[in-house]
Write a protein that binds this ligand. Sequence first.
Ligand SMILES: CC(=O)N[C@H]1[C@@H](OP(=O)(O)OP(=O)(O)OC[C@H]2O[C@@H](n3ccc(=O)[nH]c3=O)[C@H](O)[C@@H]2O)O[C@H](CO)[C@@H](O)[C@@H]1O
Ligand SMILES: C=C(OP(=O)(O)O)C(=O)O
Length: 430
Amino acid sequence: MKYIEAEYSGPLNGTVHIPGAKNSSLALLAAACLADDIVKLEGIPPIDDVRVIAEISRDIGMKMTREDGQIVMDPRWIHSATIDPGKASSYRASYYFAGALLSKFGRVTIGFPGGDDFVSRPIDQHIKAFEALGAQVRFFKDHYVVEAAELRGADIYFDMITSGATINAMLAAVRAKGRTRLHNAALDPEVVDTAAFLNRLGARIYGAGTPSIRIEGVPYLNGGTHTVIPDRLIAGAFLMAAGLRGGQITVMDVIPEHLSAPLAKLEEIGMYVERGENHITAYGTGSLRATRIRAGMYPGFATDLQQPMTALLMQAKGKSIVTDRVYPKRFAHVPQLRRLGAEIELRKDSAFIRGGLPLQGGWVHATDVRAGISLLLAGLTAEGRTCITGVEHIERGYEDVIGSFRSIGAKLAMREMDAQEMSGEFLMPG
Ligand SMILES: CC(=O)N[C@H]1[C@@H](OP(=O)(O)OP(=O)(O)OC[C@H]2O[C@@H](n3ccc(=O)[nH]c3=O)[C@H](O)[C@@H]2O)O[C@H](CO)[C@@H](O)[C@@H]1O
Ligand SMILES: C=C(OP(=O)(O)O)C(=O)O
């Protein structure tokens, strides 16, 4: 079994090129099914979730190849809208295949979504959107079936702001008959990116990035080329790393506006942030102030950044509080951080952090991609060796986590467990 070994590293300094966004890529790759000709996508990261999509694409007859850094998708020969339950449940965004295949096939059979486990991740709003457009949805043990003889435009009111259901409703409505209006839509950059991509193929989506999106159905979509937006979550975590020990990190090829809320927090706790046109530099000043984080939907502080932020706030003297309004139970990283000596209490859906305490290396387990990054950052500030298992979760979102952090001076290595380590002595649950 693989694990990441992290050692105390001192200030981190350097420049990191930020890859295309995982969460946008997963939507765009499924959205390519809607086209009637070849689609080329630039900047899709070669991460594990994308490898699963390549397998699904092969199963349904969509040719997917990587040529000169572009992903080329040929949706003209798709012959099946049945997605293997095992593959669907090995990542979260498989649900986009339901929205993307429905208008062409009238019936999609697909396994339940997997992905990071935050206690509860319902898909009722996706189902509500499909039903509003005229589909019937039936549930079975390990899969569900979405069926619609014809999709007709409708008004859809989301009960809460959800990026996944907003994108999925757009995918289903693009080739529906007539006008669809999405109310209380998510504002996330990934929603805007998916709409921009579909519009490039000939879709008519208006208002993406606002709470009201209007979609005028079209009978077909052309091929085309699109570049995925940069990964704001990877960028955010690197910028936080600059604050750990007073370093200086520049993230290149980003859209600084996508990170407004986290950057404001970094400044609030005493870091210095310089915003360029397509880059951001964060400077750690060596002393951090405690603060209050309330993770919320975009443009709020991203739930996917509260875990690396927690690792950073462990370095800020005083009491910080982190609350997650999107996933109130998303604190699986906390018991693991405690194993390194962190004093963090979980009360009423908030983490109360007593910062400024020394950390001591140990064995910890990453239960999801951002928890893994949180543990990695903490490991870089702990005395001795921190060993992080659950690497497969981190690799769902990062192409080369070791290489990219090493390029800024982090002492990290990928290791294989030896016989003694495999005996389980080090793998006690949190
Ligand atoms: C692949 C992908 O893009 N994943 C991201 C996406 O997940 P995902 O698309 O699953 O998250 P959503 O934006 O849909 O979820 C937002 C909130 O709505 C709730 N909800 C959502 C759908 C639904 O049918 N019913 C419902 O109650 C969720 O429980 C959550 O509280 O957005 C999350 C919130 O920014 C991020 O943490 C994930 O990294
Ligand atoms: C929650 C995340 O991913 P997913 O929705 O794919 O599980 C994440 O990227 O932090």
